[in-house]
Design a protein around this ligand. Structure first.
Ligand code: NAD
Length: 438
């Protein structure tokens, strides 16, 4: 293929030389003369394992040409990769000046294009940037529409400095956000020999994915380091602890607990997190990340309560009360906390949880209800249909086999559903449906 790569920093230089190595004809564009001079001489402008050899071969093959002119030369390219920087501004926001500038130049250069070139934004940008910034600038300057005259994608780059060549050829997956099939098939053609799944999604999901991945990596590093600081103060080797944590591929290093939904609770997570934080406190170890966990969980419960309150109705039904479905354990259930917030505000609540059958409850759970939440006991009913009849707002805190039928039979204009678990999508839609965080 014929491709151009705009911005020859870490991402762009690796992309340009690797694509030239793979046999593509590459035009690299950057403003910095020394970078261009180095590349012309077959030398890499960055230090990366394996890049020197590939750059030398790319220059010798003549498949890599470089220039500082972003003009009509790019119009007959199949793909135009944008890899310019998006640094932090002083207030932490993303500086999109370079992306905007090159979008104007690309648009102008594509004014007379005929071959449907596809612009692929690889710079990391805010969700919404491709749709609301890049697309209108390109269309204005090219005097033509995305999907008609040229294509547009956002393709997050997952390479890491230090192993970028290796990462370029072994991405975890290839994800493109696009709204046009032709763009998808051109990008797919270029990357089809790469390992990992090829996923097509919307611009904004692909953009948010990249920010989310990096936030997650930063979170993981900081979590491991907090375990490390606590371990050190206790004389425990945290590398061994974390090594064993990572050995558990079913709950720890897996997709478990990573689905947006409702708050955590139950008899273990809150208690043991508190114990960990107390231990840190008694050893004068500050763990701000772990200290932030309980407040964000509480905020999430309050957010659900706010959704109910903003519905304007006072008759509330709740499906589920224990901390997760399939258990009758009510200790530290976030649904109990949510119920208490609503009761405190004077909402008329009816609750059904098939696992919390008052007649069958025994031991610790029975005592917990009688001693700690007697005010909730009277709101519990075994009759789910009765909860539906009462409710103008229905909180789905757990899945229930009868939900599809009961929801399907209910007049949409008289019920707002607040879904905390993501089970009712498709049954109820539009204004009558609120997902807790989707
Ligand atoms: N560095 C990484 O490991 C990495 C990984 C994934 C994604 N990203 C993202 O990719 C983007 C690029 O990152 P980078 O580290 O390669 O940045 P960089 O700063 O190393 O390179 C950016 C290049 O763009 C050039 N440039 C700026 N304005 C230009 C213009 N108008 N015309 C032509 N060239 C221009 C600069 O001269 C520079 O060489 C960023 O959005 C970054 O967040 C970086």
């Amino acid at each position: 293929m014929k491709v151009s790569v705009i911005g020859l920093g870490y991402v762009g230089a690796v992309t340009a030389v690797c694509l030239a190595r793979d046999g593509h004809e590459v035009l690299g564009i950057d403003l910095v003369p020394t970078k261009l001079k180095l590349l012309r001489a077959g030398k890499a402008p960055i230090i990366e394992e394996g890049i020197d050899e590939i750059t030398r071969a790319a220059a010798e093959s003549k498949r890599l040409q470089v220039t500082d002119k972003l003009d009509e030369q790019i119009a007959d390219c199949d793909l135009i990769f944008v890899c310019v920087g998006t640094p932090s501004a002083a207030n932490g926001s993303q500086d999109l000046t370079a992306v905007q500038r090159v979008s104007e130049q690309i648009g102008t250069a594509l004014k007379d294009c005929t071959g449907y070139p596809v612009v692929v934004l690889r710079s990391t940008v805010y969700p919404g940037s491709t749709e609301n910034i890049v697309k209108p600038i390109l269309e204005e300057h090219a005097e033509g529409a995305v999907g008609e005259k040229f294509g547009l994608c956002f393709q997050p780059e997952f390479l890491r400095e230090g192993s970028s060549v290796e990462d370029f050829y072994n991405p975890p997956f290839t994800v493109i956000g696009t709204e046009c099939k032709k763009s998808e098939s051109k990008v797919r053609e270029l990357f089809e020999s790469f390992p990992g799944d090829f996923v097509t999604t919307s611009y904004s999901v692909a953009e948010m994915l990249k920010l989310t991945c990096n936030a997650f990596h930063a979170l993981k590093i900081s979590f491991a380091n907090e375990v490390g600081r606590l371990g050190r103060s206790l004389g425990i080797d945290s590398r061994e602890v974390m090594g064993l944590v990572c050995k558990d591929k079913s709950l720890n290093i897996s997709s478990a607990y990573l689905r947006p939904g409702f708050a955590y609770g139950g008899s273990c997570l809150p208690k043991d997190l508190r114990a960990m934080l107390y231990l840190a406190k008694t050893h004068d170890v500050d763990l701000p990340l772990m200290q932030g966990v309980q407040p964000t969980n509480a905020l999430h419960i309050q957010h659900a309560a706010d959704l109910v309150m903003s519905s304007g109705s006072r008759k509330v039904g709740m499906v589920g009360l224990s901390f997760k479905s399939g258990t009758d354990d009510l200790r530290e259930s976030p649904l109990v906390t949510l119920a208490e917030i609503l009761i405190g505000k004077g909402y008329e609540l009816r609750i059904h949880d098939p696992a919390v059958n008052l007649a069958r409850l025994m031991g610790a759970n029975k005592r917990f209800i009688e001693d700690t939440i007697p005010h909730i006991e009277s709101l519990l009913t075994d009759n789910l249909a009765g909860v539906f009849e009462h409710a103008e707002v229905l909180i789905i805190g757990q899945n229930h086999a009868e939900l599809p039928v009961l929801l399907g039979g209910r007049d949409r204009n008289t019920l707002t559903v607040i879904d905390l678990v993501g089970v009712t999508g498709g049954i109820v839609e539009g204004a009558a449906y609120e997902g807790v965080c989707w």
